[in-house]
Design a binder for this molecule. Sequence first.
Ligand code: GLN
Length: 454
Amino acid sequence: MNPYQHGEVYVTEDGAETDLDLGHYERFTSVTVGRRNNFTTGRKQSIRARADGVDIVITEIGGTVGDIESLPFLEAIRQLPYDVGRENVLYIHVTLVPYLGTAGELKTKPTQHSVNKLREIGIQPHILLCRTDRYLPPELKQKIALFCNLQKDEVITAKDVDTPYEVPLVFHKEGLDRLIVEQLRLQLGEPDLREWDSLVQRIKYPQHEATIALVGKYVGLKESYKSLTEALVHGGIESATRPIIHWVESEDIERRGAERVLADVDGIIVPGGFGGRGIEGKVSAIRHAREKQVPFLGLCLGMQCAVIEFARNVAGLRDANSSEFVPDGPTSVIDLMSDQRKVEEKGGTMRLGAYPCVLEKGSRAHEAYGRTEVLERHRHRYEFNNAYRDRLTKHGLVLSGLSPDGRLVEIIELPHHPWFVATQFHPEFNSRPRRPHPLFQGFMRAALQHKVGG
Ligand code: GLN
C-alpha cells in the first residue's frame, strides 16, 4: 500500500495491514481488532458473521456516496434490515456543512445532495452527522431535517475539535448517544464521561511543550504517521507535555546538515519506512542525537538506521548498510534472515503482527515497561544481522530486547545517553490515550528534561 494513496497502513495484532480508521477504533474503545474487522468486498454475510456473539456491530463504509466502488457495500447494508429486522438497524450518515466565509453562511446543499444520493440507493438515514467548523443553529438543523425526512434532533453537529478525543464529548452534548440508545431500544443508564473529560482536559491544556523532530520521507503526508503522532500525545500526558511536531524531510538534512536542521529540537524520531531514499539524512540525524545527547526513538527502519549509524561511526565498519539499500554490499548489518531469502517474492516475507519480545533486566526498556516480556506489532522484512552482534555490543551497543529464542534483535539502546532506544517493532500501534505506551512516555519525559535542562 502506498501511504500517498491510503494514509497510514495500520497493523493489527494478528498481522493484517489495514486502513488507519481501525487505529482510531482501537484508540477510542478498549477492543483489539483484527483481520476479521476489515474487508474490502461488500457482503452482508461478512457483516453478519462478525455479529456472532456480540450485541452491536458498527460497520463503517468509507468513501463518498455515489462512488461506484462503495455501491456493493451500501447494497449490503440496505439489505440488512430484511435479515435482522428493521428495528435493529440504524443508518448514520456523515455529511459536510461548509461555512462560506465570503457569504458568512453555512451551506446545506452538499448535505441535501448526499442524502438524496443515499436515498436513490434505497437507504434513508436515521441520523445525520454534519461535519462543520461551528455548532449548527436550530433553524439550520430544522431546514436540513425538513429536506432529509428527519426530526431536528436527528441532525447532529460534528464540529471540528482541537483533539480527536474531544469528539465523544461534543456528540454527547448534541445528544447523539441518547438518540442511538433510544432508537436501538437499548437499556442503558447515563454515560459517565468524567474520566474521558479529564483526559481531554489534560491533552488540551498541558503545562509544557517539547519540540519533536520527525525525520521521514512522507512528511508531505502527515496522515501516514497518525498512530505515531497520537502515541506522542499519549506519551506526553503523564509529564504534562504537548509534543510540537517538527516535520523534517530527511533529504533536507542531506542538503543542509543535521546540526542546522535539528538545532532546536528536544527529541528526534526516525520512524518506519521503505526504500533507500533519504537514508543518509536519517543516519545523520541519528548521529546528531547520539553525539549531542538528544533523546532519540527509532522505530523499525529507524532502528535499522541506528544500527547502521553505530556500526559506521562507533564500531568502525565504514561500509555498514542494509541489504535493502545495497543488495550485495560488503557489510550488511541489516539483512534478510536466511530462511526469508528463499521467499523472494515481495510481500511474502514480511514479518507482520504481534510477536513476543524478552527484555534485558536493568535495561532502559525493561525499566520503562516494568515487565520482562512484551508483545509488539511488526511490519518489516529485514532484521539485525547476527553476524555483527559481537562487534557492535563490544563497542557498547546494548541489545535490550530479543525474541524468546534469542535469534532476533527487537530493541537496541545506548547507556550513557539520556534516552536512546530503538525498536524493530512499531510500539505506536499499541498506544492508547488511557494506556500510553511506556517507550513513548519515557521518550517524552526525556524530551521535556532536555528542554528544561538544556
Ligand atoms: N524497510 C524495512 C524492512 O522492510 C523497515 C520497514 C518498516 O520500517 N516498517 O525491514
